[in-house]
Design a protein around this ligand. Structure first.
Ligand code: GRF
Length: 209
């Protein structure tokens, strides 16, 4: 049985689109059961609907605590019998209960080479501004498991891009996004084929067919 995937988003959802495309073209043996957003206007919800995928907006304002808001997301994932959760531009942290219930079953994509330019406050263009201002010669993207810390879980895949002298945060963002759209589908494929093992904080990837 192909794994059922739940995708959490907050924005445009280009990474979500890369998953949809790579499921439709057969690269990933999985199924997106539901897309959940904490923002009503997130274009990713529209992308999901266009492909007949259940798209749900969950408004934190309707819940009197952060925990209850997270419980509502988990209920939605359970109703869709989700096996793995992909954070694809989801701009909120998860409750401890959420992380515990899906240990090594939640992955996130971050637009830098972790442990650089990550953690609290590093999101969106800020990540790339920090990389450009630091003067690094390479940056990249990281797919990792989600644990209780901010961007601290075991790393599944990383890929680099070259940062040129005249690079801007915007141009770097575009470059990195391009590799994100290959890296995230590859990580999801690896998980759907059960081709990895987590050994303490190291991830061992088995050879794919
Ligand atoms: C990506 O850069 C991702 O690495 C980060 O948020 C951004 C989401 O972009 N976590 P999109 O919504 O997938 O276009």
């Amino acid at each position: 049985m192909p794994l059922k995937i739940g995708v959490l988003i907050s924005g445009s959802g280009t990474n979500l689109q890369s998953l949809i495309d790579n499921i439709e073209n057969g690269f990933i043996n999985g199924e997106i059961a539901v897309v959940i957003s904490n923002k009503e206007e997130a274009y990713g919800l529209e992308r999901a609907r266009k492909h007949d995928i259940d798209a749900v907006f969950i408004n934190q304002k309707f819940y009197d605590s952060f925990e209850k808001f997270n419980d509502a997301i988990m209920d939605e994932l359970k109703n869709h019998q989700v096996d793995i959760v992909v954070l694809a531009g989801y701009l909120k942290i998860l409750s401890h209960k959420f992380i515990e219930s899906y240990r090594h079953k939640i992955i996130n994509i971050h637009p830098s080479l972790i442990p650089c330019f990550c953690g609290k406050g590093f999101y969106g263009l800020k990540v790339h501004e920090a990389a450009v201002n630091y003067g690094v010669k390479i940056s990249g993207a990281t797919v990792h498991f989600v644990d209780e810390g901010a961007d601290t879980g075991p790393i599944i895949l990383q890929e680099t891009v070259v940062v040129n002298y005249d690079e801007t945060a915007e141009s770097l963002q575009q470059k990195v996004l391009k590799i994100e759209h290959k890296l995230l589908p590859l990580a999801v494929k690896i998980i759907c084929e059960n081709a990895l093992e987590v050994v303490e904080r190291k991830v061992k990837i088995k050879e794919l067919d």
